[in-house]
Design a binder for this molecule. Structure first.
Ligand code: SF4
Ligand code: SF4
Length: 504
């Protein structure tokens, strides 16, 4: 039975607490319940003692934001792909995932940890309604998958949260303001032509100095935090560098590959695409970049199931008949979703097999290059770079060594590791726009750790991370630190450019 209640929270057992309930000496009501459920004597026994957040985040998350609708739906999940009970039961509540979970690190709240969220999913299958508090804990998850890497029991939290988000988007009534903001994001970001239209006025806004004047006048501090966060993330919009539909291999052809151009990547980071194509061609690949749309990553990670599946189907249609050996992806979030197409389209009789075959050929660009082996001559680039692991590359795809290896194969290049590398920078798809306060805390934490390396530049493989880290460094007065994608670095080396090109 499904029941919707627009007014109260009825029998919600968390009714007496708010979504950001603080832990006192004896733990919150929820933590006590959690401790009891896993057979621990008290919340103190549940391994809560990781490095917890400053009060600033605890006090700001969710406060003053009208994301709550006051509705609840019982039971929380229907039978269209609920979080699977078998996967939930894989969690043995050991807590090894807690120190790597950014929201647990920030809030120190059990229900904002992977273990807590899995507990809520289990409750939602039969006992608990989907209500504001439950959704808040799911919304606060960045989907970074650090817990997947950390979990010794192989819990597939990625599948669990994806299923949960799909249920939330279908069954939970968000507030009108929240719905409108999310809709605006999804009517803009997956559509490069709309982004291009928006990029024109953005360039003027930046070049005419309006941005600086508004910031200095203090006007920006008076606009809603989500819009302020979007504005702060806005990069300098470069002139778009287009890539040809077909680029021939240099020398003997080793493979024919398709490249995904991405949406944000294509409009705001087009030099990354141009560099990727040049590198692949220099390494002996014929590169195909047909007219293409969004791969569906942003929608998939936000639980917009139908929309994401339509994007996936169209991407398969676009590339399928190009007779490609591999699909090469230079944006971490896009690559992880395309590797999942087989799973996402498993119910679709027309696409299930095709999607599976497609996914098997998807490679991150550094993963592909290491598989192929270097052939073109690398020229020296004497520089120290801090390499930032994008979560959807390191945690979701398990690609950690290949980008480092790609950089280390360049003579003179030194790669520095960043402390707390496994903790997300706060970008996480649309997270830094819909949850700006925790995203800012995580961004600044990451920026501090990057600065501590003393590196002269940052290298990372995801446009979202680039925007987030750039914005964080800027807020902290360090926007002088240059940033590049591994393919831009390798391209500079292959072309024999001076290192200053990267440091400008
Ligand atoms: S998700 Fe894995 S690491 Fe975390 S509590 Fe469950 S079993 Fe332990
Ligand atoms: S995906 Fe990231 S934020 Fe979400 S529970 Fe796992 S570690 Fe925490």
């Amino acid at each position: 039975m499904t029941e919707r209640n627009g007014g109260g929270r009825g029998e919600d057992r968390y009714n007496a607490t708010d979504a950001t309930e603080r832990r006192g000496d004896e733990g919150t009501f929820r933590e006590e319940a959690m401790a009891e459920s896993i057979g621990a004597g008290s919340p103190e026994d549940v391994g809560q003692s990781t490095y917890a957040a400053g009060d600033s985040v605890r006090q700001t998350v969710g406060i003053g934001r009208s994301t709550e609708s006051g509705s609840y739906t019982f039971p929380a999940f229907d039978d269209h792909h609920p979080p699977e009970k078998d996967l939930i039961d894989d969690c043995v509540h050991c807590g090894f995932c807690l120190p790597t979970c950014p929201t647990y690190v920030l809030f120190g709240e059990e229900m904002d940890s992977p273990r807590g969220r899995i507990y809520l999913m289990n409750k939602g299958l039969t006992e608990e309604p989907m209500n504001d508090q439950m959704v808040r804990h799911f919304d606060l998850c960045l989907g970074c998958m650090a817990c997947v890497t950390a979990c010794p029991s192989g819990v597939q939290y990625d599948k669990l949260i994806e299923a949960t988000r799909g249920q939330v988007e279908r069954r939970y009534e968000r507030s009108a303001e929240d719905k409108a903001f999310r809709e605006m994001i999804f009517q803009l970001f997956p559509y490069p032509n709309r982004l291009r239209l928006a990029a024109g006025p953005m360039r003027l806004y930046q070049r005419l100095g309006i941005r600086d004047r508004l910031r200095k006048s203090g006007v920006m501090n008076r606009i809603p935090s989500r819009l302020r966060a979007m504005e702060a993330l806005l990069p300098d919009v470069p002139k778009e560098e287009k890539v040809p539909e077909v680029t021939p291999a240099v020398g003997e052809k080793r493979a024919r590959v398709g490249v995904l151009l991405g949406c944000v990547q294509r409009v705001f980071f087009s030099p990354v695409n141009a560099a990727t194509v040049r590198v692949l061609a220099a390494e002996g690949c014929e590169v195909v970049a047909p007219k293409q749309g969004c791969c569906g990553a942003l929608s998939t990670h936000a639980g917009r199931e139908e929309e994401s599946l339509n994007f996936a189907r169209k991407t398969i249609d676009t590339f399928e008949n190009e007779d490609l050996d591999y699909f090469v992806i230079n944006a971490a979030g896009c690559g992880s979703t395309m590797k999942e197409y087989g799973y996402l389209l498993r119910d679709d009789p027309e696409y299930a097999e095709r999607a599976k075959a497609f996914s098997e050929k998807v490679r991150d660009v550094s993963e592909f290059l290491q598989q192929l082996g270097p052939r073109a001559e690398r020229h020296p680039l004497p520089v120290t770079a801090a390499y930032h692991d994008a979560c959807h590359l390191a945690h979701a795809q398990g690609v950690r060594q290949q980008p480092r290896q790609t950089l280390k194969q360049i003579p003179g290049m030194q790669v520095k590791e960043i402390r707390e590398a496994e903790v997300c920078c706060g970008s996480a798809g649309i997270y830094n726009m819909v949850e700006p306060e925790p995203a800012e805390e995580l961004g600044e934490r990451k920026a501090k750790n990057i600065l501590a390396t003393g590196a002269r530049m940052i290298v990372t493989s995801n446009p979202g991370c680039m925007l987030q880290i750039q914005a964080s460094l800027k807020r902290m007065g360090h926007d002088e630190l240059p940033m590049a994608h591994p393919m831009e670095v390798l391209d500079a080396s292959l072309r024999g450019e001076p290192v200053e090109t990267l440091l400008r």
